[in-house]
Design a protein around this ligand. Sequence first.
Ligand SMILES: [Zn+2]
Length: 247
Amino acid sequence: MEFLAQYNDGFAGGMGGMGGGFNMVYLVITGVAMLLSRWAGSNLQKKFQKFSQLPIEMTGAQVAQQMLDDAGIHDVEIISTPGQLTDHYNPVKKTVNLSEVVCHQRNVAAAAVAAHEVGHAVQHATAYPALKMRSTLVPIVNLSSKYMNWILMIGLMLAAGGNTTLLLVGIVLFAATTLFSLITLPVEFDASKRAMVWIDQRNIMSAEYEGAAKSALKAAATTYVVAAVASLGQLLYFVYRYMIARR
Ligand SMILES: [Zn+2]
C-alpha cells in the first residue's frame, strides 16, 4: 500500500448499530470517510490517466534506475509487478516494485511514481526516522487489524451493559492503526519531495511537465490524508462511546 492508500469500506463496518442502538454519529463519520476516499481515489486515477499522456524520454524503470544510481544505492532491485497503481517499495526484499504501465511507459505520470518509490528506497538507505517508526508498527498493526473489529464490536455491546474493559482494549488496538496512518503521512510527503527534487535536478522533463508530476504526487498523497483523517474520526468516535459508557 505504498502508492495508493485504499480506504477499507468494511473497516469497523456496521458497528454503529451495535451496543446502544442505531448510531447516527458513526454512520455520518464512516459515510463521509467513504465518500472522501472514493473521491480521492478517482481523482488520483484521473490525474494519473491525464499525465500519462505527457511523453518524456525515459521509462519509469529507467527513471528509477537513474535515481537509485545517483543516490549511490546499488543493492535495490527494480521489478515489474502486475496491476494498476500497485507500485510500492518493499524494504524487506529491497525491491522497487513498479506496475507494468509505470515500469515500461515513457510519460510524466510513470516518472513521478517511479521516482516516488525510489524516494522510499532512499529513505530506507538513509534510515529516515518516520519510515523506521512506521516499519516498527507493521507487526503490531497486522495483529491489531486482525482482531480489533471483533473486540470493538463485542466491547461496544458489553459497554452498553456497563463493562467498558474490552472496549478500552479495542480502542488501544484501533489507536495503533490510527498512529500508523498518521506516521504514513510524513513518509509519503517526504518520498514525493525527494522525487521532485531529483526530477528537477536531473532535468528529465520541462518545467510545465514538472508541475504535472507534482500534481500527480499530490493526488496520491491526498488518499493518505483522507485515510488518516477517517481513522482519526473513527477513533474519536470510539473514545466518545467509551466516555459515555463510563458516565
Ligand atoms: Zn509512497
